[in-house]
Design a protein around this ligand. Structure first.
Ligand SMILES: NC(=O)c1ccc[n+]([C@@H]2O[C@H](COP(=O)([O-])OP(=O)(O)OC[C@H]3O[C@@H](n4cnc5c(N)ncnc54)[C@H](OP(=O)(O)O)[C@@H]3O)[C@@H](O)[C@H]2O)c1
Length: 253
């Protein structure tokens, strides 16, 4: 959003809660709309007049997870009614190769995008630097900095992903309305390492107390990581490494 506003675009932000004026997350120059893709309430007003829609919605558990693909369908239908030409969805690399319900919900929504009548692009990113930092931070409260045994990561900076989403949304390549197309693009971070290496970098940057501990992660999520499905070695695109991101985010860690 920040990058889009900075580039002079008119930006409408849709979410269930609107940050009040002056709140740290609120971006001056963007217009905020309260809307809920689960019920459909407020979506039409938010997308009215939008040339492109960028969908970064999340639905981690329960009803939100079960209704994730339907929420995407509601957003796309509203975009189509509003005359938007293109919709870009942020997704996760290889989500269609995992049985984890979280990833299955992403793959279902990707399918909704594929079948829509719009020009659609799915940008599949690797895990964000902020996600790794959040996991390390949560564990460190118990003096354990967790690293999933056997897992490598290729994390990416949220700002690099945002730049890619914006570039993809604005790509001027003309698409005939009668022949909408669907594309899937992978977007990974610049380096891939064992999770313990990232854990040590995080500890060095934050000075957090605790020990880096390798822990097993059972279930479909563990399998996804151990099989390296979170890695896209052929798609190293981001510029900001985890260490660089930690340095640049020092005030907020
Ligand atoms: N985090 C990662 O490592 C990672 C990696 C690759 C891809 N992704 C993808 O990136 C996207 C964003 O992830 P994130 O971690 O940044 O999630 P996030 O911080 O939870 O952001 C999700 C956004 O969706 C809004 N939202 C959720 N439910 C909604 C609803 N029913 N109606 C309207 N708005 C709703 C939330 O605002 P409200 O709660 O105010 O509604 C929030 O602004 C997801 O699609 C995720 O799969 C994330």
């Amino acid at each position: 959003m920040r990058q889009a506003v900075g580039a002079g675009h008119s930006v409408a932000v849709l979410s269930r809660s609107v940050p009040p004026d002056g709140a740290p997350g609120r971006i001056a120059g963007a217009e905020y709309f309260r809307a809920d893709v689960t019920t459909g309430e407020g979506i039409a007003a938010a997308v009215a007049g939008a040339d492109v829609v960028i969908d970064c919605l999340e639905g981690r558990s329960g009803k939100a997870l079960r209704g994730f693909a339907d929420g995407g369908a509601r957003l796309l239908a509203a975009a189509q009614d509003a005359g938007s030409a293109r919709a870009v969805m942020l997704s996760i690399v290889n989500c269609d190769r995992s049985n984890a319900s979280f990833y299955r919900s992403k793959a279902s929504k990707e399918h909704v995008y594929e079948l829509s009548g719009l020009d659609t692009v799915v940008v599949r990113a690797t895990q964000f630097h902020s996600l790794l930092a959040m996991m390390f931070g949560a564990g460190s409260k118990l003096r354990i900095i967790p690293a999933v045994r056997g897992a490598r990561f290729q994390p990416v900076s949220p700002a690099d992903v945002a730049a890619m989403l914006l570039e993809t949304a604005l790509d001027p390549a003309p698409v005939p309305v009668a022949d909408p197309r669907h594309r899937v693009l992978n977007f990974g971070g610049p380096e891939s390492k064992d999770m313990t290496d990232f854990a040590r970098e995080w500890q060095q940057a934050t000075g957090a107390k605790g020990q880096v501990v390798r822990l097993p992660l059972p279930g479909a999520m563990g399998r996804y990581l151990r099989e390296g499905l979170n890695l896209v070695p052929e798609a190293r695109h981001g510029n900001e490494t985890f260490r660089g991101w930690l340095e640049n985010s020092a005030d907020t860690l």
